[in-house]
Design a protein around this ligand. Structure first.
Ligand SMILES: [Zn+2]
Ligand SMILES: [Zn+2]
Length: 334
């Protein structure tokens, strides 16, 4: 267990908490990416953007890595931001490619770090093979150029950007549709763990696993039908609020969360200003999210600026977060 978990103190927000938290009108984004995976802002830039955007709570959920967490935590100093360590992992499950979100992990956990590093190495190898396939098809792109796009691990978005820059596709949608989408000749499946492996990994590092954006994509699975099998595999939560979820999907997902007793979450899936939705906090996430699941449990990492008698800013990792949600924000959620 990392140092953050040694504290058994429970804190509640004090005078340093932004007025937006006290009035219940939180801006919360629990699904974001940085340059540690395929986002375009560094973790520190992301935290600065969160501060400028008036966010009160943020989770960093990079694909396959927690390497951005330490820098994000370091950048939280003095912002008053409640920060949650997360990670997003891809799995194959009953014929579907699904994304899972792990929240509340200890980013220093050696098993977690080793496993994620090995997945990242396999992800990079896969990207390299895809570039070789595209070159064999006659496209004049190079691995160096693709690698140069990524400050963290390399993924299909980096290949896509090079394809657009080189004029082989008008935009990312076309790059995916013609060259690197899952039905294209150059596509290779991503290295991944089984769902149970993800649950073991995340729970071993003190976190909990939920299903990310169940309705995302052109051909989403039958969510109510698939969910029970995922719960048997160890999932305990579900992402309800996401840019790809319309109000009817949100309603179905909230109903499923209630029916199965799941925690729920939400966020913009922010990858930086250049990619939709292009704005942190673009999805309204009800403040009640912070009263359930991994966002309150004793193992979760939070970082909240609290007043310090010496006058210096101190950041307190702690084992619990008490957020008072006003009745008006609850009503806004329904
Ligand atoms: Zn995803
Ligand atoms: Zn994501």
């Amino acid at each position: 267990m990392g140092q953050w978990f040694k504290s058994t103190r429970r804190h509640s927000f004090g005078a340093s908490v932004p007025a937006s938290i006290r009035c219940g009108c939180l801006m919360i984004d629990l699904h974001t990416h940085s340059t540690a995976s395929d986002g375009t802002l560094s973790p520190a830039e992301l935290i600065e953007r969160a501060r400028q955007s008036g966010l009160t709570a943020l989770a960093l959920t990079d694909h396959d890595t927690v390497d951005g967490i330490a820098a994000a935590l370091g950048a939280c100093g003095g912002t008053g931001l409640a920060f949650f360590a997360g990670v997003e992992l891809t799995v194959r499950f009953e014929g579907h490619g699904l994304h899972l979100l792990g929240y509340g992990v200890d980013h220093t956990d050696p098993d977690l770090r080793d496993t994620l590093h090995s997945l990242a190495a396999r992800r990079e190898h896969r990207a390299r093979l895809m570039v070789e396939s595209l070159r064999a098809m006659g496209l004049g792109i190079t691995w160096e150029r693709v690698r140069g796009q990524a400050r963290g691990s390399v993924g299909r978005p980096h290949i896509g950007r090079v394809l657009v820059e080189a004029g082989y596709a008008r935009d990312m949608n076309e790059a995916f549709a013609r060259f690197i989408g899952s039905s294209c000749p150059a596509y290779l499946p991503s290295a991944s763990l089984p769902v149970e492996g993800v649950v073991d990994l995340i729970e071993g590092a003190g976190g909990q696993v939920g299903w990310a954006h169940p309705y995302r994509g052109k051909y989403p699975p039958n969510v109510p039908e698939l969910l029970p099998a995922l719960l048997r595999a160890g999932l305990t939560g579900i992402e309800v609020y996401h840019p790809d979820h319309d109000p009817s999907m949100v309603s179905v997902l909230r109903g499923l969360a209630e029916h199965h007793g799941l925690w729920w979450s939400g966020g913009s899936d922010y990858h930086g200003p250049a990619r939709p939705p292009g704005r942190l906090g673009a999805v309204r996430v009800p403040a009640a999210v912070l009263k359930q699941g991994p966002f309150t449990s004793p193992g979760t990492q939070h970082l909240v600026q609290r007043p310090n008698p010496s006058g210096a800013d101190h950041l307190h990792p702690h084992g619990g977060l008490s957020v008072h949600v006003s009745d008006s924000s609850r009503r806004a959620d329904s």
